[in-house]
Design a binder for this molecule. Structure first.
Ligand SMILES: [Zn+2]
Ligand SMILES: [Zn+2]
Ligand SMILES: [Zn+2]
Ligand SMILES: [Zn+2]
Length: 390
């Protein structure tokens, strides 16, 4: 606007023409330039205004979007706060439950401790009572506690077992009659009894004692070596060491033969040929420790045949858990691929197997068969043991 008013002023004549002309010329040309610049500027301004409007509109849109986002975030925040409050309530409820449980647990611990104390006291009372009762029914002569009736009583109430009963009471020397004590029988039927085997310290009720005596690890058994060489009766728990160290029917004791007792199977042996022996020959046997069990391999020769058998130091029931293979063969045929191999596969024999029964169990080989196997007056024997999963 200022440029236009300047242009209108320049049309008035000026005395200093030249100067004015120059000035007018200059002003004219400036006025013309100023006009176009003004238009340009106006266009430019409009453009800028349009741009600014567009930007403004864009910003407005952005603002709306941001506002919506803000609203949505606020909603999220509110819902999170609600959730947080819910969790807080839940946590408080859990804390209360936990406190209740703690109280309950403390009550249970206290009750359990009280029960333990009571139980210990009852056990003590029971043991004291059982000890006193046992003392009273123990026979004063043989010191056995009878395991069955009748139990005889003297007029003064002293007991004596049936096998020690005599004319006079062993305690007070009073005359014994045939009076029996029902009370003593009730006592012996209800107290724990000591296992009668030496070494064993088990104390069991009467019903369990009978079963225990059949499988007590300390029950007395005949050494499994041929009775002609040993024949000793010893606690089962000591048989293994007996054969290792002192049994006359043991090969383990000879030279370094116990080296074969290394827990590895199959085992190969070389025995002197039975053909070169007398009519009846009772060879020493080998004892083995394997799988926490002990086994004895015996080799006996009789008129016309020889027998190899393996005994487990356990019951018939325990024998069912094992499979035994015994074979005789030439000493140069440990692979057992040649002729005349004789094999037996079956269960081991229980330690209490009678010697006569043992001599008809296991691998029985005819004398003529043995002669065919013999090399340098020796025969080979292979033994294998396997545990069978039940
Ligand atoms: Zn007695
Ligand atoms: Zn008496
Ligand atoms: Zn026992
Ligand atoms: Zn022995």
């Amino acid at each position: 606007m200022t440029t236009r008013s300047k242009s209108r002023q320049s049309s008035v004549p000026d005395p200093d023409h030249k100067h004015n002309e120059q000035a007018a010329g200059i002003e004219h040309s400036e006025s013309s330039d100023n006009g176009s610049i003004g238009v340009d500027k106006e266009i430019e301004d409009k453009k800028q205004i349009r741009n600014l409007k567009r930007k403004l509109s864009f910003i407005e849109n952005e603002k709306d979007v941001i506002k919506k986002s803000c609203d949505s975030l606020q909603e999220d925040k509110n819902s999170l706060n609600n959730y947080l409050n819910f969790i807080k309530k839940d946590r408080n409820a859990i804390k209360k439950d936990r406190d209740f449980i703690r109280e309950d647990r403390n009550t249970i611990i206290s009750s359990r401790n009280a029960v333990k104390v009571e139980l210990a006291s009852l056990q003590h009372k029971y043991r004291t009572l059982a000890y006193k009762l046992r003392e009273h029914v123990e026979c004063p002569v043989c010191f056995d506690v009878p395991t069955s009736g009748p139990v005889y009583a003297c007029p003064n109430g002293h007991f004596v077992c049936p096998k020690c009963k005599d004319q006079l009471c062993p305690t007070c020397r009073g005359k014994m009659s045939n009076g029996k004590s029902l009370l003593a029988v009730t006592v012996i039927e209800n107290i724990d009894h000591e296992c009668s085997n030496d070494v064993c310290e088990e104390m069991l009720p009467l019903a369990e004692l009978k079963l225990h005596l059949q499988c007590c690890p300390h029950r007395s058994v005949l050494c499994p070596a041929p009775a002609e060489l040993c024949g000793r009766k010893i606690p089962l728990s000591k048989v293994y060491n007996h054969i290792l160290k002192e049994c006359a029917g043991s090969y383990n004791r000879v030279g370094n033969n116990n080296a074969k007792n290394n827990g590895r199977f199959p085992k190969h042996f070389r025995y002197p040929s039975p053909a070169s022996m007398g009519l009846n020959a009772y060879l020493k046997g080998y004892v083995f420790s394997w799988n926490k069990e002990h086994f004895y391999l015996s080799f006996e020769k009789f008129l016309g045949y020889a027998v190899l058998s393996l005994q487990l130091f356990g019951s018939a029931e325990e024998c069912k858990e094992y499979e035994v293979s015994i074979a005789v063969h030439r000493i140069d045929d440990e692979e057992m691929k040649g002729k005349h191999v004789q094999k037996f596969t079956g269960e081991p024999l229980p330690v209490e197997t009678d010697q006569k029964a043992r001599r008809h169990n296991g691998l029985l080989v005819g004398a003529m068969q043995l002669e065919k196997i013999e090399v340098d007056r020796k025969i080979g024997v292979t033994l294998d043991i396997k545990k069978i999963p039940l």
